[in-house]
Design a protein around this ligand. Structure first.
Ligand SMILES: Cc1cc2nc3c(=O)[nH]c(=O)nc-3n(C[C@H](O)[C@H](O)[C@H](O)COP(=O)(O)OP(=O)(O)OC[C@H]3O[C@@H](n4cnc5c(N)ncnc54)[C@H](O)[C@@H]3O)c2cc1C
Length: 249
């Protein structure tokens, strides 16, 4: 359901994710719940009445009045440094949403799903990972997450635990298959290379085109365009590749 109008959102938790990012839990009374992939608009109002509005994806999904955002600081940005450095538990923001219909995945959709994230583009895809695992259909989903280094991975511990839990003896969890790509420095013991994703790296990590996966790509504009071009080169149907761009390059 899409909700019109601005609602007060009380900050009920903040967690550091990386040196430049944090997740923020907001309690929004009457929140109608949300589908994985949706976003909200956040409005800040200064004492002199000046307002700034930015969009943030939801890391949370399902029925709850608590919604989780994951915000990465853009140096010299107007809004993200405030959300990452200054917002405290008890503060009140305003949100509008949930918004978005196209970049949405629901657990009852059939067939393999491929998620590809760059940087903070992981946020809506984490909502999809959580929803798939909660619904017990994680084995049909794969995630390729490109980060500068292991320390730059938002929700990194959660995603690494998913990978380790996958197929563990006695485990009934159908965990999502998480693959990593490191653009600047790879962690010790990593036997792949570090660098920008190329066609070989994408082909090795994602569902093959002949399985006709539904693909969600999210991140900075340059990343999304680069990866989308590779997917089409690899034979993926452009109509089955959904993208969300976070601005920047
Ligand atoms: C649908 C949608 C969902 C989004 N979800 C998230 C999210 O979950 N987490 C998140 O951190 N951001 C998300 N964004 C981006 C977010 O809306 C802001 O653009 C971002 O936080 C920067 O805002 P700012 O006010 O700090 O910077 P601004 O003052 O708006 O911009 C400062 C400068 O940084 C550049 N810039 C803006 N965004 C980026 C970027 N992402 N990377 C590099 N340079 C950039 C601008 O071109 C500008 O030059 C989303 C955007 C959209 C459209």
């Amino acid at each position: 359901m899409i909700v019109a109008g601005w609602r007060p959102a009380r900050v009920v938790g903040v967690t550091e994710q990386t040196a430049s990012s944090r997740s923020i839990l907001l309690d929004v009374s009457d929140w109608p719940g949300n589908d994985p992939g949706q976003h909200v608009d956040v409005r800040l109002t200064a004492e002199d009445g000046y307002q700034a509005v930015r969009s943030y994806s939801l890391a949370s999904s399902g029925d709850s009045t608590v919604v989780e955002l994951g915000v990465d600081e853009i140096p010299a940005g107007e809004v993200s440094p405030y959300l990452v450095r200054d917002v405290m538990v008890g503060d009140e923001l305003e949100v509008k949403g949930p918004l978005g219909r196209f970049f949405v995945w629901r657990p009852d959709q059939e067939g393999p799903v491929q998620l590809i994230a760059g940087g903070s583009g992981i946020v809506p895809l984490v909502a999809m990972v959580r929803a798939a695992e909660a619904a017990g259909v994680g084995s049909s989903m794969r995630l390729l997450y490109s980060v500068r280094s292991a320390a730059d991975a938002m929700f990194g511990d959660e995603l690494r635990n998913d990978a380790e839990g996958n197929g563990a003896a006695g485990s009934e969890r159908a965990a999502v298959d998480v693959r990593w790509a490191y653009t600047r420095s790879a962690p010790p013991g990593w036997n792949g290379r570090a660098g920008r994703l190329d066609a070989d790296a994408v082909a090795a990590a994602v569902w093959p085109a002949d399985r006709r996966p539904l693909v969600f790509v999210c991140g900075p504009t340059g990343f999304v365009e680069h990866v989308s071009r590779i997917l089409v080169q690899l034979g993926h149907d452009p109509e089955r590749v959904r993208t969300e761009r976070f601005g920047g390059s």
